[in-house]
Ligand binder design. Structure first.
Ligand SMILES: NC(=O)c1ccc[n+]([C@@H]2O[C@H](COP(=O)([O-])OP(=O)(O)OC[C@H]3O[C@@H](n4cnc5c(N)ncnc54)[C@H](O)[C@@H]3O)[C@@H](O)[C@H]2O)c1
Length: 256
C-alpha cells in the first residue's frame, strides 16, 4: 500500500517533547510521507524543538504562541512563501492553571476559566482562521480532546469545560468549512503520561482505573492516537467530519 499522506503538507502545533501526543502524530505523518511543519510555544522550547524537528525530518520549525495575536496573524505569512498550500492542521494544545485542577470546580476563578478556554478551545478557532487562506484545496483539521468534556472526571474541572467548548467548536467549524471540503474532527484520547497530564492531580490513579475497567484492559498508546490521526488526515477519512472519535481502549462505553 502506498503512503497514505504522500504529497500532503501538515502543520502540527503542540510538540513540547518526545512524550507529546503531537510528537507521535508527527512521526506517523512522516512515516506516511507527509511534509511536516512544527510550531513550538515559546523561545524556551526553541532549541529542543529544532533538534526534535531535525530528527523527525520536519521541513520547518517555528514559534506560535496561540495566546499572542501577532503569532497567529503571522502564521499564514510565515508559511506562504515556502508552503503556499496546507492540507492538514493538527492542534494539540491545552493549558489551565494547576490550582484550577486541584481545588473544587466551584471555586474556579474568572481568570482561570478564561485562560483555560482561551488557550485550549478558542485557539482552535484562531488557528483555523489563520491557516484557512492556505487551505486552498480542501483540508483536514484535527484537535485533541478528553472524556472530561462529556463526563465529570475528578480533578479535570475547568479543563473539562474547555474541552466541551473545543468539541462544540469542532462541530461549528465543520459546519462552516465543509462547503470548502475542509473536515474538522477531534480525537478523544485516553489518558497518556505527558507533561500536560502531569498537571492533573492523581493522574496515575486515572491510568490505573482505565487499565482495570476499559474493554481492552489497558491504556491507549500515543501511537494508536497517531494512527487515528493518519486515518482522519488521509483520504480514508474523507466522509468523516464534525466528530469526536474516541481512542481510549473503549473506556467511554463503560457504566459501573
Ligand atoms: N495526555 C493525556 O492524557 C491527554 C488525553 C486526552 C487529550 N489530551 C490533549 O492532548 C493535547 C496535547 O497534550 P499532551 O498530553 O501531548 O501534552 P504536552 O504537554 O506534551 O502538550 C501540550 C502542548 O500545549 C502547548 N501549549 C500550551 N499553551 C500554549 C500556547 N499558549 N501556545 C502554543 N502552545 C501551547 C505546550 O507547549 C505543549 O506543547 C492537549 O490538548 C491535551 O489536553 C491529552
Amino acid at each position: 500500500m502506498s503512503a497514505l499522506l504522500q504529497g500532503k503538507t501538515a502543520l502540527i502545533l503542540g510538540i513540547a517533547n518526545k512524550w507529546s501526543i503531537a510528537y507521535a502524530i508527527a512521526q506517523a505523518f512522516r512515516r506516511e510521507g507527509a511534509t511536516v511543519l512544527l510550531t513550538y510555544q515559546g523561545e524556551r522550547l526553541q532549541r529542543s524543538l529544532e533538534e526534535i524537528g531535525g530528527n523527525l525530518g520536519a521541513a520547518k520549525v517555528f514559534q506560535c504562541d496561540v495566546s499572542k495575536d501577532d503569532d497567529l496573524a503571522n502564521l499564514s505569512a510565515t508559511l506562504a512563501p515556502e508552503f503556499p498550500k496546507i492540507d492538514i492542521v493538527v492542534h494539540s494544545i491545552a493549558f489551565a492553571n494547576s490550582e484550577d485542577l486541584a481545588r473544587p470546580f466551584l471555586q474556579t476563578s474568572r481568570d482561570g476559566f478564561r485562560l483555560a478556554t482561551e488557550v485550549s478551545a478558542w485557539s482552535l478557532v484562531g488557528v483555523a482562521n489563520a491557516v484557512r487562506p492556505l487551505m486552498t484545496d480542501g483540508g483536514v483539521i484535527i484537535t485533541l480532546s478528553y472524556l472530561g468534556a462529556q463526563r465529570v472526571i475528578e480533578n479535570y474541572n475547568v479543563m473539562g469545560v474547555a474541552k466541551a467548548a473545543l468539541e462544540a467548536s469542532v462541530r461549528y467549524l465543520a459546519g462552516e468549512l465543509g462547503a470548502d471540503n475542509i473536515r474538522v474532527n477531534a480525537i478523544s484520547a485516553g489518558p497518556i503520561k505527558t507533561a500536560a497530564a502531569r498537571g492533573i492531580k492523581d493522574f496515575s490513579k486515572i491510568l490505573e482505573a482505565i487499565a482495570a475497567k476499559a474493554p481492552l484492559r489497558r491504556n491507549c498508546t500515543p501511537a494508536e492516537v497517531a494512527d487515528t490521526a493518519v486515518f482522519l488526515a488521509s483520504d480514508l477519512g474523507r466522509g468523516v467530519t464534525g466528530n469526536t472519535i474516541f481512542v481510549d481502549s473503549g473506556y467511554q462505553i463503560m457504566g459501573l
